[in-house]
Design a protein around this ligand. Structure first.
Ligand code: DP6
Length: 331
């Protein structure tokens, strides 16, 4: 009863920020569109053990009991389906900094869900995996798929139509990503806490939700038509609108630092000089620059020179989850 899976991080271009309710179903208030990355991933092994009292998670060599409620939520859904009651030992490793706005919960919960399902010998569809992964972390529902992905809020109260779907394969438009790291610290306010606070206190939150359908439409059409300018337009506006809603929360949420703004200016300057690139920023101070195929070297050079940038990561677009039950048992 042991299996392993790899899932990649994803970056949202039309963002998920806010929940339909605060219950364990974790249904998003807005739909989202993301790209799955090839260079940033979580490798997760799950082993069900009849002698274990409770589920145990070790992430990058450290116990993470604060994640246990969410882990249990995903595992309970799968255990119920398999008719198994054993607790599980979960060992997960990220090949990138955890909790610094690089979507480690997305790859982590997607990998956990896939590995647990494989360990229980279940054969869920990708859609079913996406629904379970959502209940660990909303963005994890998208990391089940590769390339360009759209997450739907759905309308059913039980969340059975709130899942992600593949929009277009990575090969159809191999965009590139450059991440400018401006801190190595874990963020102070998690996405979960930040979006809950924004929804409860920000006067701009209703405006943010009202923009969602038109932004999804523009994002979807820009991707299917490979219209870089239109995608840049909607992604930057959508990102700033999310941060505007967060900044207007009480107390205010400001996820950026000085280097984040300097990177944003550098990306705008690059675009003014003809480089097809746009920025997006999640609930942390790292700036993510998305560029057209073959452009990431110029973007990497420009962002490396920005004062306050500690490191720069590059990635292409990658596949969805991969399970490999043989990999760990061979060790
Ligand atoms: C800003 O998926 O981490 O990255 O569902 O509470 O786990 P939970 O939130 P999470 O939020 C991601 C927020 C975001 C935007 C996005 O990825 O769409």
């Amino acid at each position: 009863m042991k299996a392993a899976a790899r899932a990649r991080a994803n970056i949202a271009l039309v963002k998920y920020w806010g929940k339909a309710d605060d219950g364990p179903l974790n249904i998003p208030a807005v739909g989202s569109i993301s790209i799955t990355l090839d260079a940033l991933w979580s490798d997760t092994e799950v082993q069900f053990d009849e002698f274990l009292a409770t589920d145990e998670l070790t992430l990058n060599g450290q116990r993470r009991p604060e994640q246990h409620d969410r882990v249990r939520r995903c595992l309970d859904l799968l255990r119920a389906r398999a008719g198994v009651e054993h607790a599980a030992r979960i060992t997960s490793r990220n090949n990138f900094p955890t909790g610094a706005g690089l979507a480690s919960s997305a790859s982590g919960y997607a990998a956990l869900t896939a590995a647990a399902a494989a360990a229980l010998n279940l054969k869920p569809t990708a859609r079913e995996l996406s629904i379970v992964a959502r209940q660990g972390s909303g963005s994890a529902a998208r990391s089940v798929f590769g390339g360009f992905v759209e997450m739907r809020t759905g309308t059913r109260p039980d969340g059975s139509d709130s899942y992600a779907e593949a929009l277009m394969p990575a090969e159809a438009w191999p965009l590139e990503l450059v991440v400018a790291l401006t801190t190595r610290d874990e963020k102070q306010v998690s996405s979960r806490a930040g979006m809950t606070r924004s929804a409860a206190t920000s006067p701009y939150f209703p405006a943010w939700v009202a923009r969602n359908q038109p932004d999804l439409k523009q994002g979807r059409e820009a991707i299917l038509n490979r219209d870089f300018e239109s995608l840049a337009d909607v992604a930057e506006r959508n990102c700033l609108c999310m941060h505007g809603a967060a900044m207007a929360a009480r107390p205010p949420l400001l996820y950026w630092n000085g280097a984040t703004i300097a990177c944003l200016e550098a990306v705008r300057e690059l675009r003014r000089t003809g480089v097809p690139v746009f920025f997006t920023i999640d609930a942390g101070p790292q700036l993510k620059a998305v560029c057209a195929p073959g452009e990431s070297e110029a973007v990497r050079e420009a962002l490396t020179d920005v004062p306050g940038v500690l490191d720069v990561l590059q990635s292409g677009l990658g596949p969805g989850i991969e399970t490999d039950p043989g990999r760990w048992s061979a060790q």
